[in-house]
Write a protein that binds this ligand. Structure first.
Ligand SMILES: *Cc1c(COP(=O)(O)O)cnc(C)c1O
Length: 396
C-alpha cells in the first residue's frame, strides 16, 4: 500500500475514452474538425445554456471572458484570494488591475458580506470593479442569486470561475446554466471534474458576448459572410477585425472530453459518496470538515475535499507524515496576494485575514472517482493514527 502514491486528485480514463481519441487519429481531423462543435453542443445541453466555446484552458477562457466583457487598462477586477492564480491573472492580461474580497470561512467562497461592504467603500471612492470573478471553491457554488442582486445596482459583470464545479448543482440547475452571471468558465485539466488533458470552456446566455469570445479564440478573424460588411467578396475571403489569439482546443482533446462527459454524472455520484464517507470517518478528530451546501438546492460536486486543522502548527507534520506513507495530500491554495508577483503590485500579508487563516490550516485529502474504498480507509487510518500517536508524541 505504501509503494503506490495515492494522489489528491487524478483523472479517470476508460477504454471508451481511448477508443474515441484513436478514432479521431485514424479517421478524423486533428483540429478544426467536428469533435469540437459536437462537444460544445453536448456541454450546452448538459448545463442547459445556449452558447459554449471550447478553448485550450480555463486560463484562456477567463482571459477571453474578461476581454469580451470589455475589461481594459484602467479597469478593476475583483476575485477571491483563495483560488488558483489564473482567477486573478485574467484581469491583468487585459491590462486591468486586480483586487480581492476576503473569503467566508463558512463556505470558503468570496464573502458576500465583505463584498457588500467593499462595494459601498468603492462607490464612495469612485473605484468600482468592472467585473467580479467568483470562484465556486472546491465545487460548492457561491450564492449567485444574492451576488447578482448585490452587483446589479452597480452594473458590475459577473464571471463564474467554475473550474471546480462542473457537475455541481445550484438552484435546481447544473452550474453553467449561468442565469445569474454573464459568463461561466470550466477547466478540463486532468485534476478537474472531466479532462481533455488541457482545455476549458466559456459558457454564456448572451449571444453578443458569445460571438466576441468565438472571434477572439481564433485570431479575431471573422469568416461569417453575414457579419462582413462588404458582401461582394471572393469565396476565400476572411477579415481580422480585432487582435485575437489562437486559444483553440484540438479535436483529439474534444473527443476525449466528449467521452468523459458521458461519465460525468457517475463520477460526481462517486465523489459525493467518498465525501460522505470522509465526513463520517473523520468525525471526532481535531479538524474542521469541509462546508456543505444547502442540499439539494446547492450541492457540491466535490472537486476537492478540504480539511482544516484546529492546530495549524501540526499541518506541516501531518503533510509530511502522510507523504511518507504514500498519501499525496496537497494545499489549495497559497493565497494569490502572497505571490511575489502580486506583492510587487503592493499586496501584503495581513490584508485578507480569513483567507490567511484558512491557508495556515488547510489540507486537501485524496478524492477522485477511481479512489477505492480500501484506499480511502487507509487515508483515514493514517490521519487517525497521526492524531492519536504522532501528534501527541511530537508536542512538548
Ligand atoms: C485549474 C483552475 C484554473 C485554471 O485552469 P486551467 O485549465 O489549468 O487553465 C482556473 N481557476 C481555478 C479556480 C482552477 O482551479
Amino acid at each position: 500500500m505504501t509503494t503506490k502514491l495515492i494522489p489528491y486528485g487524478r483523472h479517470s480514463i476508460s477504454d471508451d475514452d481511448i477508443a474515441a481519441v484513436v478514432e479521431v487519429m485514424k479517421h478524423g481531423n486533428l483540429t478544426q474538425g467536428d469533435r469540437v462543435p459536437v462537444l460544445e453542443r453536448a456541454l450546452s445541453e448538459y448545463v442547459n445554456a445556449p452558447y459554449v466555446t471550447l478553448v485550450n484552458s480555463a486560463t484562456s477562457a477567463l482571459h477571453l471572458a474578461c476581454k469580451a466583457l470589455g475589461v481594459a487598462s484602467g479597469d478593476l477586477v475583483w476575485t477571491s484570494p483563495v483560488s488558483f492564480v489564473a482567477s486573478a491573472n485574467c484581469a491583468r492580461y487585459c491590462g486591468a488591475d486586480v483586487d480581492f474580497v476576503d473569503i467566508d470561512p463558512k463556505t470558503l467562497n468570496l464573502s458576500l458580506d465583505a463584498l457588500q461592504e467593499k462595494l459601498l467603500q468603492a462607490r464612495s471612492k469612485g473605484r468600482l470593479p468592472k467585473v467580479i470573478v467568483c470562484v465556486h471553491f472546491a465545487g460548492l457554488t457561491v450564492d449567485m442569486r444574492r451576488l447578482r442582486l448585490l452587483t446589479a445596482e452597480y452594473d458590475i459583470a459577473l464571471v463564474e470561475d467554475a473550474s471546480h464545479a462542473l457537475g455541481a448543482d445550484y438552484a435546481g440547475e447544473k452550474v453553467g446554466a449561468g442565469r445569474y452571471s454573464d459568463a461561466v468558465v470550466f477547466s478540463f485539466h486532468p485534476v478537474k471534474m472531466i479532462t481533455t488533458a488541457e482545455g476549458g470552456a466559456v459558457v454564456t446566455r448572451n449571444e453578443t458576448l458569445h460571438t466576441r469570445v468565438r472571434r477572439l479564440r481564433s485570431h479575431g478573424i471573422e469568416r461569417d459572410m453575414l457579419k462582413i460588411e462588404n458582401k461582394e467578396q471572393p469565396p476565400w475571403y476572411y477579415e481580422q477585425v480585432e487582435l485575437g489569439f489562437n486559444f483553440r482546443l484540438s479535436d483529439l482533446q474534444a473527443a476525449l472530453g466528449l467521452s468523459q462527459l458521458q461519465r460525468l454524472d457517475k463520477m460526481v455520484v462517486r465523489r459525493r459518496q467518498l465525501a460522505a464517507q470522509y465526513d463520517h470517518s473523520l468525525q471526532g478528530l481535531p479538524l474542521v470538515l469541509p462546508p456543505r451546501g444547502n442540499e439539494p438546492e446547492t450541492s457540491s460536486c466535490w472537486h476537492l475535499y478540504l480539511i482544516r486543522l484546529e492546530e495549524p502548527e501540526l499541518r506541516l507534520a501531518l503533510y509530511q507524515y502522510l507523504h511518507k506513507h504514500g498519501i499525496g495530500v496537497q494545499v489549495h491554495y497559497i493565497p494569490i496576494h502572497f505571490q511575489p508577483d502580486y506583492r510587487q503590485l503592493g499586496f501584503e500579508y495581513g490584508q485578507f485575514p480569513q483567507s490567511e487563516n484558512y491557508y495556515e490550516r488547510c489540507l486537501t485529502l485524496p478524492l477522485y472517482p477511481d479512489l477505492t474504498d480500501a484506499e480511502q480507509m487507509y487515508v483515514v487510518e493514517r490521519i487517525t493514527r497521526f492524531f492519536k500517536t504522532v501528534a501527541r508524541s511530537d508536542s512538548p
